[in-house]
Design a binder for this molecule. Sequence first.
Ligand code: GLP
Length: 244
Amino acid sequence: MQLYMVEDAENLAKKAADVIQEIIKEKPSAVLGLATGSTPIATYQELIRRFQAGEIDFSQVTTFNLDEYFGLEPKHPQSYHTFMHNHLFNYINVAEENIHIPLGVHKDLGDVEGYCKTFEHFISYCGGIDLQLLGIGNNGHIGFNEPAEQLQAKTHLVRLSEKTLEANARFFSKKEEVPQYAITMGIQTILSAKKIVLLAQGVEKAEIIQKLFQTGITTDIPASFLKLHPDVIVIVDQAAGSLL
Ligand code: GLP
């Protein structure tokens, strides 16, 4: 993992946008893996700014999102569908048919497994992910791959940990409203991306970033599996990197 420490959130967004812009310049039909959470918002704003300035063209880009709350309709205000449209897709020229976000609600709830397999196949069908953007949960989760005795390789339904329910309660009016399950890409799905960029900002991420760099590969810190990948860039601001 290659570490970049930048001064603040603004520079973090610029650095992340640089990497994304570079990939699209090299391959206009790039497949991007995208993330939600508060961390990538400034990066998405920077991408929108560059799109409006005519510096990036998303017309041939395909996107796959890491995860979605299970049980939320795409139009739900807290769904990751809504998040991605509000923070990025509504302001750039990515084609709606090229946007892929796991569905949190299925007509046939019994076949979530089949749905997850289809999502996986579709990533392969599109040629695999060229660049996967990640945030990190304060318990070390990536996507919604929570610390556990065993991690799942492929896209799957997961029960969210108490720590994640608490951390994500800030987006809902009360903790009880946070969906208890989510659909997430698995660790192998994430590691199959050709390049990975993990972002962390703010002092509340300092402890997990320290653990990530000072611990070996362990299912207690799902992000530690990124150490198996040959091309991972970790971009932190000074606050998130303050314990390194
Ligand atoms: C969420 C998402 C993750 C994200 C993480 C951190 O639960 N599923 O993809 O990286 O939490 O979020 P934040 O950037 O708001 O700290």
